[in-house]
Design a protein around this ligand. Sequence first.
Ligand SMILES: C[S@@+](CC[C@H](N)C(=O)[O-])C[C@H]1O[C@@H](n2cnc3c(N)ncnc32)[C@H](O)[C@@H]1O
Length: 292
Amino acid sequence: MADTSHAPKDRGGMDWIIPFYGWRGARMGPTGIFDSHRARAASIARLCGSGTKRVLDLGAGAGGTAAAIADLGHDVVAIELEPVRAGFARDLAAERRAGDLTILEANYFEVALDGLFDVIGHWDSFGMGADTDQQQLLRRIAGQWLARDGHVLLDVFNPIWWAVRHGQVTRHDWCGMIELHEFDPIAMRFIDTWWIDGDEAHAHAQTARCYSPADFALLLEGTGLVIRAMEVNGTPLPTVEGWRSMAQWQDEAFSYHVVLARTDGTDTAGASDRTADSYTANSAEVRSPSAE
Ligand SMILES: C[S@@+](CC[C@H](N)C(=O)[O-])C[C@H]1O[C@@H](n2cnc3c(N)ncnc32)[C@H](O)[C@@H]1O
């Protein structure tokens, strides 16, 4: 596969994160609260049970999801590494909201946090480092931050969606930027390169590891977390006789959503009763709930 001059050379490294999001954040400006942020916030009641929660948002970006969650009355602590986007999030936190919203400009691999959280969200962010980094973060979540009966809501990038879009170029008229999708099938990472139209020489790229459900289940082993549910766009995974067709995998969504709980937890509120065994590579298939 041809490499591109803009892709991070150490693809499991994370030195690109602050330059990429700082540059693109400054270009795009504050994003405010999208409908998709409101939908994520609403999914907490569906997937984690009703009632007011203490929520941790890891990699909060410009803060739209964290603000939408606080608007529902939950108390939110949001962690964001990159200063420009953390500043946008602080602006949202300065506005009056139904619940508390605290923005910490910090690295979630290093930050020390007080107390436990009922819900930990890691939206559109999982996989930026190497597998060992992902496991380190999952262990921190299970061992230091997640309440015994709490839930983790995590997006996992879908390798098939990214693979079939290798080489695709998209123009984003609203911000005058061009995006190039690439996929490295050896490292199983996407490389997503952006530049201001007419200035490809100053392109920046982001990259993340993509995991199939079976590979994600293997990554999870020994972290203290188990899978409670998986879904795509709100639909439980899989839906048809234990299988989801390649056409569905390649067209539906660039990530699928996983609900995790502590291995020593007891709560099943809102989540399906599916166990991690359903998703392991040793399973003959990824079974539907009706097949169990
Ligand atoms: C793809 S953006 C997603 C933002 C937001 N969660 C959303 O869905 O809109 C990933 C964000 O994670 C932040 N990030 C990456 N590594 C981080 C770390 N170690 N600590 C805190 N934030 C981090 C990046 O700066 C970036 O703003």
